[in-house]
Design a protein around this ligand. Sequence first.
Ligand code: BGP
Length: 476
Amino acid sequence: MKRFPENFLWGGAVAAHQLEGAWDEAGKGPSVADVMTAGSAKQQRQITAGVITGQNYPNHQAIDFYHHYPSDLKLMAEMGFKCFRTSIAWSRIFPQGDETQPNEAGLKFYDDLFAECLKNGIEPIVTLSHFEIPYNLVVKYGGWRNRKMIDFFVKFADVCFQRYRKQVKYWMTFNEINNQTGYHNEFCLYTNSGIQVKPGENAEQLMYQAAHYELVASAIVVAHGHEINPAYQIGCMLAMEPLYPLNSQPQNIMMAEKAMQKRYWFTDVHVNGEYPSFMEAFLQNKHYRTDITVADRYDLKQGTVDYIGFSYYMSKTVKASEDNPAYEYDDFSSDVQNPFLPASEWGWTIDPEGLRYGANWFNDRYHLPLFVVENGLGARDEIAADGKIHDSYRIDYLQAHLVQLKKAIVEDGIKIIGYTPWSAIDIVSAGTGQMEKRYGFIYVDKDDQGKGTLKRIPKDSFYWYQRIIATNGENL
Ligand code: BGP
């Protein structure tokens, strides 16, 4: 009977801008995340770009991991973490993004952080770009609408690859690169690509252009990384939200297929080093004059990824409609409720089997090792009268997903490297900009108004996960 592999990477995940705080310390420049930290504005999915007040709670202070990481990592080690997925804040290393020399103090922070991880027996897993490009690159260059971004990103990645070659083995280039397919929602383009859509611009066209530059940058970076350290394992990172057809009506089946293509063509480029036929046809039929050069196509081929990292929170369900004969997926008009699935308070469906389905989908199509680098339940946690946090709902969610993950490994024979649920510790929510949508195993005393002592309290899920790791997932 197969089981979780002996060296399975159990851990937890976070992203720099959602937990570090210290947004302007040690020479760090502002990032896109720092200028859109007003929770309510973010929740309405509006951008407060340009407002660098220095007073904004969430991301500016977050949970102040920057100054608390030694004790936070100790708690993670107590849980038994084998690894810790975080990201490097690009604007700590290149505060404006376009300097010639990196900021030594920023580099030093990650030297120390990774050393502390390793001291605790925890392997750092690092994402290079997790929703936070230096703000100056938005102001000066328009973010990823500009080809120059490729050079800036490659430089940043090269510096990191050189500096941390003894400490880090697993890397990922862009977090949830496919999330920008929600381009009609300016928030998605802004967080992923730093693009502000101007009146009269075609957001869809912009998205495909930005995504192309990001994919070329990713491929160049993968190729450089392999040269710098052949032992590096460099992956892509996708948000896996399987899109199911509402029923067996052929039009709905085709709608689901086209929706999956639209959400996952990025993976084809990352893995195969070339655009899939449906995407070439799509760009042509749309008459999008995307800047894709012969040199780009060469670069894409040189830097194919070693593994696929993916997040899994929910599945979605789609339905075709008569006024959409081309089956163009749009998450506003194509998504429908799945009558079989409950949802979280934020409307995210709870579908453990979708994790196994998504893992199978990736495995069938790409034949690469997989790494589940995010999975979790956002919920409002209360401190009970006994001073503890009884988050049985989170345990139920994670337990049910782990059962399916185990089936993917044991019954489907899929190579899965590890599992890093979101989030290792409570942090600021990316989508709402708030603290009260919590995911962590460790509670942090901080509220949406920025009030709280920052005290850390292990939740019930902390002890549950500790047991899961200690038994290598044997008794689920
Ligand atoms: C993913 C992001 C994370 C994270 C998570 C939960 O899309 O990679 O950064 O925040 O979703 O989302 P939210 O914080 O909006 O609940």
